[in-house]
Ligand binder design. Structure first.
Ligand SMILES: *Cc1c(COP(=O)(O)O)cnc(C)c1O
Length: 395
């Protein structure tokens, strides 16, 4: 299928500019247009019976979706990719493709909350049990694995608390126990981390975030090679999970600028993280690219760069202080999600979510996504917010 089209490119920037499009097949137009289609008509009985014809029905994809799959496969070093309607559906697909009744799933305790909800509700109902492990377990995962474990799910770093997981150590232990490793790589994007190279078997993305990059579409991706890819493709087709043509188009367009956006996000997020770290009133900054981060060595070993998203913790204060801070921001928006051009801040409480490794750090955590507004304007707006917070605290 589409893996046959993968080419090699001199560098990632050239790959992002060239991969997955074929102007000659589109009358010379640079970008593959949106294909809307369910039915494909066949000119003869021979053609109808020829299972090697690439496009036979809308659910098997279109030239547009194949192009996007090829870009992502090339970036992740995977044989193939499937597209889904959202990041959560890519995660549920990967888990349903690999797990059966009676199996056990191990999930990092720092995982994105809807992944936890999926495991604890739907998968539980289908007789798949889930246990959560310390995101910093590393080799100690041996003590957590059981003979029923079939999947270990990692998200590195956790997108709220930013622990880096030791994917090589976790993968070695998982494989020894006969389990597959599924990695949510949304934060780093394949430009800054390649989980399959580190030992994972399936890599999933909320393409909604960095791939689309403009907060205006939702899509998910799951990539793998060999047997894991066959499992993904079968489950994908049977579950009927297809991405919408418009969202596939917007994600494809987003890929063309992924490298420059990632680079700009990285620089700006680090600038803001360092600025917060210099403020004595800020209790902690959780950003793995800062030398102060407890997983900085692992980060340097396994990542080529850092993303747009990090958290910081302020000394415990009543809700009124949090409201005073976030209710009057002008440049920052408050909202879920991330990865767009616009900066976002989100108060969150990790203690409420975790089960295996209690979150004991007192204080109020704020997650920030650093977008493309002026950095001075972002800092001035946030500085005024911090002053309002500390005023209520009497600091
Ligand atoms: C947003 C997000 C998801 C879910 O993606 P959707 O496209 O919103 O379904 C999964 N993992 C991480 C880390 C996310 O931030």
């Amino acid at each position: 299928m589409s893996s046959g089209n993968l080419k090699s490119y001199p560098d990632l920037e050239t790959l992002l500019a060239h991969a997955g499009r074929d102007p000659a097949a589109q009358h010379g137009f640079v970008n593959t247009p949106v294909y809307r289609g369910s039915t494909v008509v066949f000119p003869s009985l021979d053609a109808l019976e020829d299972q090697t014809i690439r496009y036979r029905y809308g659910r098997q994809g279109t030239p547009l979706t194949s192009g996007l799959e090829d870009v992502i496969s090339s970036l992740e070093g995977a044989e193939g990719t499937v597209l889904t309607p959202s990041g959560v559906s890519a995660i549920s697909l990967a888990l349903m493709a690999c797990l059966s009744t009676g199996d056990e799933l191990l999930v990092t305790d720092s995982v994105y909350e809807p992944t936890r909800a999926l495991a604890d509700s739907l998968l539980e109902r289908f007789g798949i049990s889930t246990r959560y492990f310390n995101p910093r377990a590393g080799d100690e995962i041996h003590d957590v694995l059981s003979d029923k474990t079939r999947v270990v799910f990692v998200e590195s770093p956790g997108s709220l608390t930013f622990e880096i997981q030791d994917i090589p150590a976790l993968s070695a232990a998982a494989h020894e126990a006969g389990a597959l490793v599924v990695a949510d790589n949304s934060w780093a994007s394949p430009l800054y981390c390649r989980p399959l190279d580190l030992g994972a078997d399936i890599v999933v993305h909320s393409g909604t975030k960095m791939f689309v990059g403009h907060s205006d579409a939702m899509i998910g991706t799951a990539s793998a090679s060999g047997e894991a890819l066959q499992k993904l493709r079968k489950a994908h087709y049977r579950l009927g999970l297809i991405a919408s043509p418009d969202d596939a188009f917007l994600a494809t367009r987003g890929m063309r600028t992924l490298a420059v956006r990632m680079q700009a996000h990285e620089e700006r997020a680090l600038d803001l993280a360092r600025w917060l770290e210099e403020d004595e009133r800020v209790q902690e900054v959780l950003h793995p690219a800062l030398p102060s981060h407890p997983d900085h060595a692992l980060f340097k070993r396994d990542f080529q760069g850092s993303g747009c998203l990090f958290s910081f913790v302020l000394p415990q204060a009543p809700r009124a202080a949090v409201a005073a801070m976030v209710d009057h921001l002008d440049v920052w928006g408050m909202g879920y999600s991330w990865g767009g051009f616009e900066s976002l801040i989100l108060p969150a409480d990790p203690a409420r979510i975790r089960t295996a490794t209690p979150w004991t750090e007192a204080g109020n955590l704020f997650r920030v996504h650093v977008g493309f507004e002026g950095l001075d304007a972002l800092k001035a707006d946030l500085a005024a917010g911090l002053d309002r917070y500390f005023m209520i605290l009497g600091m």
